[in-house]
Design a protein around this ligand. Structure first.
Ligand code: ATP
Ligand code: MG
Length: 352
């Protein structure tokens, strides 16, 4: 079965989607079959993959083709709209330019299921008519990844503490917390420290609840573990973060090491320490620390390829400007490779 990695931070704009796309692509370059799942009703990941202009005409917006679901909302519709049919795999387009990477397109209408799922999760099985909802997301992801022989699923989430995110996080196998080096991310660590243990306690109770366990789509007994945190978009000076950014990075590291990880340890959301050691990193430090992509981010979005696969022609630069961009690009590539290697070692360790 595929290993599901969710990218979560209720704070917006901290590079969840950018990390999902670039890391997912890199994992596929290492030979893993990877499915990107766009669970954000903003559909930024879908736009990034299919092209922002093509989004409005994208086939996936239609919902179904020959009766088969083309996006996540349509995939969930049998459960949420009490249709007599069973949930089936979503038809996922292959991501252009990478033959081991697929996308489960998002849909703005996923937001409409948020309230119903919230009620189903609050009542945790006492309302029998809603019993199929809490297990339906993971069921759909598993069903779809089985159809494509997927090894690793990357779930991109919206910036919220809503029911869909609670569900996705607690039914994933691993989670990554993306952050930016700023004041708001240090605040976010504090709220995540209080929220995640509550979600875990809820999920433990839900998976032990007989109504949810015996549902058509049983709520799975999962124990999501912290894969690591990502710090994106710092401004480097002479190859290292400038002083102002380093101050924020230090604060993030302090918050993670002294508040966040101890809370996760208490509720069993950390992997055993030998898994991190064998994967070659310390979870108190970022699994990936990435400088600002500067002008390359715009080119990456324009051409729908990750930063590290932009060609010289796509960068539209020449001479020394191009040489300097390519040097940065190589650096970005190395950093994503290291993060992908660490991820693969953990995935292989827990999947074995
Ligand atoms: N390393 C980086 N360098 C430069 N720009 C970046 C970098 N990482 C992300 N960005 C930019 O920052 C913005 C926010 O990134 P992104 O959309 O990935 O965040 P997000 O957490 O998914 O946001 P949301 O919470 O809205 O889903 C985007 O415009 C993205 O292009
Ligand atoms: Mg996003």
């Amino acid at each position: 079965m595929a290993i599901i990695i969710s990218l979560f931070n209720h704070k917006g704009g901290v590079s969840k989607t950018t990390t999902a796309f670039n890391l997912g692509w890199m994992l596929a370059r290492y030979g893993k079959r990877v499915l990107l799942v766009d669970c954000d009703p903003q559909c930024n990941l879908t736009g990034m993959v299919l092209g922002l202009e093509d989004m409005e005409t994208a086939e996936s917006i239609l919902g179904t083709k020959d009766g088969r679901p083309l996006n996540i909302r349509e995939g969930l519709a049998p459960a949420f709209e009490s249709r007599p049919s069973l949930i089936e795999a979503v038809v996922c387009p292959k991501v252009p330019g990478n033959d081991k990477l697929w996308l489960m397109p998002g849909h703005i209408g996923l937001a409409e299921y948020e309230v119903t799922l919230g009620i189903a999760q609050e009542l945790s099985g006492s309302l029998v008519t809603l019993r199929n909802l809490p297990g339906s997301l993971r069921y759909l992801i598993d069903k779809t990844s089985a159809a494509y022989g997927i090894d690793i699923v990357i779930v991109d989430m919206s910036p919220s503490l809503g029911a869909v995110n609670q569900n996705l996080l607690t039914t994933s196998d691993l989670f990554i917390v993306p952050m930016h080096p700023d004041y708001f991310s240090t605040m976010a660590i504090k709220s995540l420290t209080s929220v995640l243990p509550k979600w875990k306690a809820w999920a433990d109770a839900a998976s032990a609840n007989s109504v949810l366990r015996d549902a058509e789509y049983p709520f799975p007994p999962k124990s999501p573990k912290f894969l690591g945190y990502v710090v994106q978009k710092y401004r480097p000076r002479a190859g290292v973060p400038s002083k102002a950014f380093q101050t924020w990075i230090n604060q993030l590291e302090d918050g993670v090491a002294n508040i966040f990880i101890p809370a996760l340890e208490k509720c069993k959301m950390m992997l055993s320490s030998d898994i991190y050691i064998n994967a070659g990193y310390d979870p108190n430090q970022p699994i990936l620390q990435m400088p600002d992509f500067n002008s390359l981010i715009a080119r990456s979005q324009e051409h729908q390829v990750p930063i590290f696969e932009l060609t010289a022609a796509q960068m539209e630069q020449v001479g020394s400007v191009l040489a300097s961009s390519q040097a940065s690009q190589n650096n970005f590539k190395e950093l994503f490779k290291v993060a992908a290697e660490r991820t693969i070692r953990v995935v292989d360790a827990i999947g074995a």
